[in-house]
Design a protein around this ligand. Sequence first.
Ligand SMILES: Cc1cc2nc3c(=O)[nH]c(=O)nc-3n(C[C@H](O)[C@H](O)[C@H](O)COP(=O)(O)OP(=O)(O)OC[C@H]3O[C@@H](n4cnc5c(N)ncnc54)[C@H](O)[C@@H]3O)c2cc1C
Length: 441
Amino acid sequence: MAARDRGRRPRILLVGGGWVGTYTALRLERRLGPAEAEVTLVSPENFLLYQPLLPEVASGTLEARHAVVPLRRVLRRTRLVHGRLTALDHDRRVAAVDVGEGETRELGYDHVAIGLGSVTRLLPVPGLADHAIGFATVADATWLRDHVLDRLEFADASRDPERRRRALTFVFVGGGYTGVEALGELQDLAAEACASYASLEPDDLRWVLVEATDRILPIVDPGLSAYATQALRDRGVRVELSSTLERVEDGCLHLSTGEQLAADTLVWAAGVRPNPLAAELGLPVDDRGAIRVDATLAVRGTPGAWAAGDCAVVPDLVAGDGARAPATAQYAVREARTLGDNLAAAVRGDAPQPFRHRALGELITLGRHDGVAQVLGRVTLRGFLPWYLRRLYYLLQVPTPERKLRVLLDWTISLAFRRDITGLGSVTRGSRARAMGTGGA
Ligand SMILES: Cc1cc2nc3c(=O)[nH]c(=O)nc-3n(C[C@H](O)[C@H](O)[C@H](O)COP(=O)(O)OP(=O)(O)OC[C@H]3O[C@@H](n4cnc5c(N)ncnc54)[C@H](O)[C@@H]3O)c2cc1C
């Protein structure tokens, strides 16, 4: 029997407070009146993280709190349950949610929408999990910033050439936008910070980007990849193409080229995979563990279940030929709008509409007021303009005027003054507290 026939409002459960969960909730608040449905969002954090702003958090041009949006402020009618989905019994339409301190709540629903996102994809590289840090959370970005500054402090104080060399070697694996943007911004911070250390010159720092294929930034035109590679090399970054990390032993990184690099810093940015929980919910998944949905974002063969974003295989109708929509925030936010519309339609008994989005392009920062952009697949830009357009785009994207103002002020201050190079002590010198294998990522 439908919820309405039982005399209560239909219950919509959104899982995950990322782009999909938050923007679906916002859409539902616009589409449905308070009497039409009860909407609940389950999220382990009470904020939406703007991951594209993490490189700026790492370099300190943006305050960490300003890269997130407080869910309780932006969502007016959606009930937020702070917790983690642990299991789904879709036959009974009940979700089990761990709310902390050993307490599990059962939440009933009529429709469930899964937006669990992705996790860092680890490869079976010996020693990797114990030595590398990922770059996907606010904690990763702030830890990395403190860690880089801590290594500069150590190198300045130490008189042991070998230890100094190791402290000043920063290796990033993965030449996609995550690795390139994180390296670009952090290298910029470290180069500027050097001026404050009597014994450090920018050339003492060794930055290495290891990429398995023959070019970085595969999502943009080869000409832009070449520009980005040269721009990084001009700043002293070693870009090692067609190379992989083979193993990590005693803090020494062994590359496929035969080179060994003693390094205190290893950042792993070699891709993501769907959140493994997605494959444990009893919903149909592909071989990567991503939930199979049709073009309306309804889970295949499972009435009342929906999914979108990085944890789903969303058909890309614009690209055609069985293509899958890319796992990016640009797509997740548009999928969320369609998902909100379709959930509202389902509540009202209307027909759902298919998801369609034509890629707008890519805006990528290389740090130091430099960047590359590919707009609408054709127009390519390089240099200051794309760097500036990227900031402008995210400034306009961040919801609420208050958040926009905070981001704008941070960026204006960072243009007018030298960077703040204080580390706030979240690093225990030499510790690997955030390495991925120790639960840090
Ligand atoms: C460093 C970085 C930079 C990026 N830059 C860009 C960019 O420039 N442009 C772009 O388009 N994309 C970018 N992306 C990709 C983009 O962030 C993702 O594609 C987007 O976040 C996907 O949205 P989502 O809602 O599917 O997942 P997410 O935004 O990751 O949200 C998933 C949510 O699920 C929650 N969750 C996890 N487990 C549970 C559980 N058990 N129960 C309940 N909730 C749970 C998480 O806490 C999170 O809130 C970047 C990603 C990273 C990491």
